[in-house]
Design a protein. Structure first.
Length: 133
């Protein structure tokens, strides 16, 4: 299992006893233990923000996610789940393309097509893929 956490404003270096530490292919902290990997990605290093030359804000992050299932954030201060499209995706168990440009980039990066990648992600999640009309 692989988990990515987008960190809005990292304030300190993270260390987890019992987890091995290294850098991801993007240069971000990556922690591994058994079959689990966790990446911590500073918001200012998110590809869609960098390539679109946008300020590193939560709204700009959400606008660049490839899939609707990625369109949510957890606000630990208010203990709320935000991001309309992601919440709907979770509730309806459906996966749709959210940002086509970023979906195409992800597909190229993983040597796939947008459609094939979306179908695979939906299947892995037990969701239904809704292709663009």
């Amino acid at each position: 299992k692989d988990y990515d956490f987008i960190v809005e404003n990292p304030k300190r270096v993270l260390h987890f006893p019992g987890w091995s530490e290294r850098r991801s292919r993007f240069g971000c902290p990556k922690f591994s233990q058994n079959e689990t990997e966790i990446d911590f990605v500073p918001l200012k290093q998110v590809y869609s923000i960098v390539v679109r030359k946008l300020p590193p804000t939560i709204d700009n992050y959400l606008s660049g996610v490839p899939w609707n299932i990625q369109h949510f954030i957890y606000d630990p201060n208010n203990k709320t789940l935000n991001g309309k499209h992601g919440v709907i995706s979770l509730e309806t168990k459906t996966l749709e393309i959210y940002n086509l440009e970023m979906s195409k980039h992800a597909a190229i990066f993983y040597n796939s097509t947008v459609d094939a990648m979306a179908k695979k992600k939906a299947e892995e999640l037990g969701f239904r893929y809704i292709p663009p009309s």
